[in-house]
Design a protein around this ligand. Structure first.
Ligand code: COA
Length: 415
């Protein structure tokens, strides 16, 4: 079967997480992704958080599937020559170096355009133009600067970062969309263009509803679905909302049977208005269906804490899976808090290829997250990440280098 991005060639200068997330998605859609790394060390994540000595870490292997790896010293004169050939050969250059690194290497946007005017040059940076544009940025810096941390956590605690890597992987996903759109536009213009996804911007985009709430707060001074309401004064900025739902249907995380010993024996419970009657029946509070204190959504907002406390009395009598089954019979929206262990063992996620087992020559079998985007005419087959420089000679031959030229580059430590 063909793939959506068959024939697209990516010069992958990415490292760590944000850029590699992007190029891995493109590889899963069928692009030929050639990852350029420094000889000896390669992407720093190959050696970070290792669980097996001298073997590529899970950090690296889980972000670099379906790619080819070449080693190249792009600061040496001969390395730059090879890079020029690669730029001519490829459609897209993706990079997430610290600001200015590509320019310092001698490959400014203008220079790349001279070499290949059709090339799309896509970058992840921590910040867009402005006071912080020269700063190096990692995940949690972006979560803090993009508004996520100030709005995550509980009111009486400090700002919190989230386990979802919205700064790195979130930005990589944004960048991938920009690249595909730029390739589409190239069909009519014949030109490449620059694509920039700043991590602060991507996090803010994912926190869009919190900027919505800031403006609601500015106008009305109160947000009735927040846990601060009605007991606590609102300040000037959107407060941390604990586990409150970000939308118009109040929700909260409730204890389930076994919570005393299992840190994940909880369920997310949404008191969606259309099923309020069913909720009251399930928890044995039929009187609440007509009681003016609870009957209408607006009236319930001032009693949410007691409502959730009463529902929790019921959820604590059930495991999270029993509660899920009963509630779903009545179309009551809810979700179990799943641990990573439970997710890794979940058969339905294996069946869809969202969780895959991959074999690696030095690591053996490991679990990874497959392509979360499923397409009917472009199926993803997850193949292992490349060893450092595994495809250097293969790629150079494809670029027209003869064996003796490759041997010279190797002897001179350019590759
Ligand atoms: N050959 C020769 N030199 C190479 C090379 C190669 N194949 N690949 C990279 N280098 C050089 C770069 O040119 C750069 O050199 P310079 O500083 O002299 O210009 C150097 O290696 C290091 O690159 P840099 O990106 O600065 O790495 P770092 O480890 O110091 O910083 C980050 C890492 C992630 C903080 C930084 O890259 C960054 O802020 N990136 C943008 C935001 C981002 O993506 N952050 C999230 C990462 S998940």
């Amino acid at each position: 079967m063909s793939k959506a991005l068959d024939g697209v060639r990516i010069l992958d200068f990415t490292h760590v997480q944000s850029g590699p997330t992007c190029t891995q998605l493109l590889a899963w859609f069928g692009a030929d992704v050639i990852k350029v790394e420094r000889a000896g060390e390669g992407d720093a994540t190959r050696g970070q958080l290792r669980d097996i000595p001298d073997v590529d870490s899970l950090y690296f292997t889980m972000l670099n599937h379906n790619k080819r790896s070449i080693t190249l010293d792009t600061k040496s004169a001969k390395g730059k020559e090879v890079l020029v050939t690669l730029i001519k050969h490829c459609d897209v250059l993706v990079e997430n170096f610290a600001p200015g690194a590509l320019d310092r290497m001698g490959f400014t946007w203008e220079r790349i355009q001279e070499i290949n005017p059709r090339m799309v040059v896509a970058s992840v940076k921590g910040f867009g133009p402005g006071p912080y544009e020269d700063c190096k940025v990692y995940e949690n810096v972006a979560q803090c600067a993009g508004g996520a941390a100030s709005t995550t956590g509980f009111d009486d605690g400090p700002p919190l970062v989230t386990g979802a890597q919205i700064g790195d992987s979130g930005t990589g996903v944004h960048l991938a969309l920009g690249i595909v759109a730029a390739l589409y536009q190239r069909n009519s213009t014949g030109r490449g263009q620059r694509v920039l996804a700043a991590m602060q911007d991507a996090v803010l985009n994912l926190c869009r509803v919190k900027l919505r709430d800031q403006q609601r707060l500015d106008r009305t001074g109160v947000m009735t679905e927040y846990p601060q309401y009605p007991d606590t004064e609102f300040g000037k900025a959107v407060p941390r909302a604990g586990n409150a739902s970000g939308g118009g249907q109040p929700g909260w995380i409730l204890k389930c049977k076994g919570w005393e010993t299992d840190p994940n024996a909880y369920i997310y419970f949404i008191t969606q208005a259309p099923v309020w009657g069913a909720i009251c029946k399930v928890i044995g509070e039929e009187g609440w269906i007509t009681d003016p204190k609870y009957a209408k959504p607006a009236a319930r907002l001032t009693h949410l804490k007691e409502i959730f406390a009463r529902i929790e009395q019921w959820t604590m009598t059930k495991t999270k899976f029993e509660a899920m089954e009963i509630l779903n019979e009545f179309d009551i929206p809810c979700g179990p808090i799943l641990s990573m262990k439970e997710i890794a063992e979940e058969p339905s996620l294996r069946a869809t290829g969202t969780v895959v087992e991959v074999d690696h020559p030095t690591r053996g079998k490991y679990l990874s997250v497959g392509n979360p985007i499923k397409m009917s005419d472009s199926k993803t087959e997850v193949t292992r990440s490349p060893l450092l420089g595994e495809h250097t000679e293969e790629v150079l031959r494809q670029l027209g280098y003869a064996d003796d030229a490759i041997a010279t580059l190797r002897a001179e430590r350019v590759i």
